[in-house]
Design a protein around this ligand. Structure first.
Ligand code: SAM
Length: 223
């Protein structure tokens, strides 16, 4: 029996029009869509009138779900993996499934598209020929070590931060950065309230409200 293919399919990070033509074709052609959250992805799939069987696959899914998806692939079903937003596997579930699929000789095909890290960097105005992506910073242990790494980096550093930790993180980072370090915070990319805050760390902190809402990417260049 010919095995199915696993398509790692990027979806919009806010603006539904950012689904690529190829992603739409793939989502329309597969037998099963593994979604981080079936209800969340249901909005995108309904918008594009894509009606396919869905299965939830998130960070707490456990090995049983991986086995289930692999069984579909072994039976010849093509499966698309999508996350709530952006590119699966980039600070999103995907790694374990992809690694296990490759072990079984299943073809894994990337369907590229939006990712907040690249979307933020490309308009940041910071050097992007080389960059260091840190995903989400640890919330407890290891923060100081990473702050030091960010301050010492010869490359632009980019990381994701939740709105309720954003201001605290920037204030903590301030103690490690030189006053002329360049800081850019990208908010709500591709959405109505998209905004870039650019400046030194004090200027950027000054722009962020005490109780920010939305989604944020932080970029720092100290070189
Ligand atoms: N896989 C996604 C990607 O490719 O960008 C990232 C998923 S991660 C769980 C979610 C984080 O990405 C958010 O907390 C935020 O830091 C960042 N993010 C996602 N969408 C964003 C947007 N529209 N604007 C700014 N940041 C965004």
């Amino acid at each position: 029996m010919t095995k199915g293919k696993l398509y790692i399919t990027a979806t919009p990070i806010g603006n539904l029009s950012d689904l690529t033509l190829r992603a739409k074709e793939i989502l329309n052609s597969v037998n099963l869509i593994a979604c981080e959250d079936t209800r969340h992805s249901g909005i995108l799939l309904k918008h594009y009138k894509i009606d396919k069987p869905k299965l939830s696959f998130h960070s707490h899914s456990g090995h049983a779900k991986v086995i289930k998806i692999l069984a579909h692939l072994k039976n010849g079903d093509d499966v698309a993996l999508i996350s709530d937003a952006g590119t699966p596997g980039i600070s999103d579930p995907g790694y374990v499934l992809i690694d296990s699929a490759l072990d079984l000789g299943i073809e894994v095909i990337p369907i590229p598209g939006p990712s907040a890290v690249i979307t933020a960097l490309c308009a940041s105005g910071l050097p992007t020929d080389k960059f260091l992506y840190l995903g989400f910073l640890p919330t407890k242990k290891g923060r100081q070590t990473l702050f030091k790494k960010i301050a010492d980096s010869e490359y632009t550093v980019v990381f994701y931060e939740s709105p309720h930790r954003l201001k605290k993180t920037l204030k903590q980072l301030k103690d490690y950065l030189s006053p002329d370090s360049k800081v850019v915070v990208a908010k709500e990319l591709t959405k109505i309230y998209e905004k870039f805050y650019r400046g030194n760390i004090d200027e950027v902190i000054g722009h962020i409200p005490d109780k920010p809402r939305g989604e944020y990417v932080v970029m720092i260049n100290t070189a």
